[in-house]
Design a binder for this molecule. Structure first.
Ligand code: F0G
Length: 481
């Protein structure tokens, strides 16, 4: 949530008090340089103890509430028929409106099951934008992912409020070209991750539903960030100003045939779910659940996690939770934007996304500017961000580099974990880095895995720029604390 100060400025305000804390440390810049070298300039391979502020992801890193922790203590650890599952099923019904729910160990496991059951070789799967694990699963099943975003979606600086929308005309053309029998489903992602945490509108969703009905195509929603999408709709659409987040979430969930969720984000828990009101679809997926995930009533989660998710789903529609990150992101993005640093606008959910192409115009796309930028940020601050650019794309079948549409350094904000001073510190170091951006050069792969290479790939800096950046930082700052 936000509050207006007497000078008119709006600042994010935390609607909670912090009662359990975990210490972090800021190691010296010279040690940060050693740590990133050891990690092969890949922030995924850093050790948590060497990180000051961890903005790698908001997945599984959110603060849990007292009620979630309390619920975990009363989990019913039955293999089958555990009471915890029924609490989850009730929460799914109350909050999202679905009768059937299949728990999974996390979001990508839901994607795996959906791909396994609904996608066959040669299929086309249109979507507003891919997510890394979605694309990998859908392609492994033999499908081809086709992104049908609107013209505004990939513009870094924009005031278009619904960059997550699907271009309905493009969808119609695709159906005309391939025939609906080649398109088993259309996927729409809430608060679309890889284009900068941008929402879709409800009008767009309704139109999409209409087209899917006309052609008998399933509509599948990735609702991992459905509460954030709903909060953004409440902020941006006049008719939603007086409607609660709970109402908007439920309204959004009315349209898809299948909704799947990674429980690690909006519901501040772990695990995932696939939910539907169609018994036929439920019955198709159900037999595979015990094989790949676990029995129907735990699906690969511990029952404690099932309990935490049940409570987390109810809590995520509280505006103090749904808006907790969004208001921090708005503060973050607005300040960085004012400094003239290229950042994705309008501020959305999930993260602050810096455009590495404009930040590092001298680094070629083949030398991974977004990867270089997140490594540089770590050296200059101890803040861990995530590369969301070409390193996050895998090569094509011929081994050619596939350039990402956007080269982004993503600074994700976990829910209720960091304070405004953490964000102010990060903004300051981004500013320092921007003033010293000429020192940052590209990266090249040392070891490159064949799939989802961003997780385990190791790289090295061209012209040993990491060391030079570190020296410049030390001479400007001396001891930091
Ligand atoms: N869908 C979306 C939109 C996601 O953001 C994620 C995960 C997944 C599916 C997969 O879910 O991790 O539970 O298997 N996003 C994380 C991130 C990893 O950092 O953005 P999962």
């Amino acid at each position: 949530m936000k509050v207006r100060l007497s000078n008119g400025e709006e600042i994010p305000i935390e609607m909670h008090k912090i009662r359990i804390v975990q210490s972090v440390r800021l190691i010296p810049a010279s040690d940060r340089l050693k740590a990133i070298e050891k990690a092969g300039y890949n922030t995924f391979l850093l050790r948590s103890r060497d990180i000051f502020i961890d903005l790698l992801t908001d997945s599984g890193t959110n603060a849990m509430s007292d009620n979630q922790l309390g619920a975990m203590m009363v989990a019913d650890d039955a293999y089958a028929g555990g009471e915890s599952f029924y609490k989850l099923a009730e929460a799914v019904k109350d909050i999202l409106g679905f009768d059937y729910v299949l728990p999974t160990h996390q979001g990508r496991a839901a994607e795996h099951l959906i791909a396994k059951v609904f996608i066959k070789p040669g299929d086309i799967i249109p979507m507003n934008y891919h997510f890394t694990t979605t694309k990998a699963h859908f392609e492994l099943a033999g499908g081809e992912v086709v992104e049908i975003y609107t013209d505004e979606a990939l513009k870094v600086k924009s005031d278009y409020l619904f960059k997550g929308n699907i271009d309905i005309d493009k969808l119609r053309e695709l159906i005309k070209k391939h025939g609906s029998e080649k398109i088993p489903l259309v996927r729409i992602e809430a608060t679309t991750n890889l284009i900068g945490g941008q929402p879709f509108s409800l009008d767009n969703l309704k139109e999409l539903r209409k087209v899917c009905d006309e052609h008998n195509i399933l509509l599948v929603m990735d609702g991992t960030l459905i509460a954030e999408n709903s909060y953004l709709l409440q902020q941006r659409i006049e008719e939603f100003k007086n409607r609660s987040i709970a109402e908007i979430v439920k309204e959004t969930a009315r349209y898809p045939d299948i909704l799947y969720i990674s429980g690690r984000k909006d519901s501040s828990s772990k695990g995932g779910i696939i939910a539907t009101n169609r018994k036929d679809l439920y019955e198709k997926i159900k037999p595979w659940l015990p094989l790949y995930e676990g029995f129907l009533t735990y699906g690969g989660m511990s029952n404690r996690e099932v309990e935490a998710m049940a409570v987390g789903l109810r809590e995520m529609v509280d505006p103090a939770v749904a808006g907790s990150t969004i208001e921090q992101i708005r503060y973050f993005v607005t300040k960085v934007d004012k400094m003239g640093i290229p950042v994705v606008t309008p501020p959305g959910g999930l993260a602050c996304h810096i455009d590495a192409i404009q930040f590092l115009p001298h680094v070629s796309r083949t030398e991974y500017p977004a990867g270089a930028l997140v490594a540089a940020l770590y050296i200059a601050s101890g803040v861990r961000a995530m590369e969301r650019g070409t390193i996050s794309m895998d090569r094509d079948k011929e081994g050619n580099e596939v350039f990402a549409d956007l080269e982004l350094a993503r600074l994700a904000i976990p829910r209720r974990v960091y304070t405004i001073s953490h964000i102010d510190y990060t903004i300051d170091r981004i500013g320092w880095l921007y003033n010293h951006r000429d020192l940052i050069k590209g990266l090249k792969f040392v070891e490159e895995p064949p799939v989802l290479r961003f997780f385990f790939g190791t790289l090295e800096p061209l012209e040993n720029w990491g060391k030079k950046l570190c020296e410049a930082f030390q001479s400007d700052f001396g001891p930091e604390l």
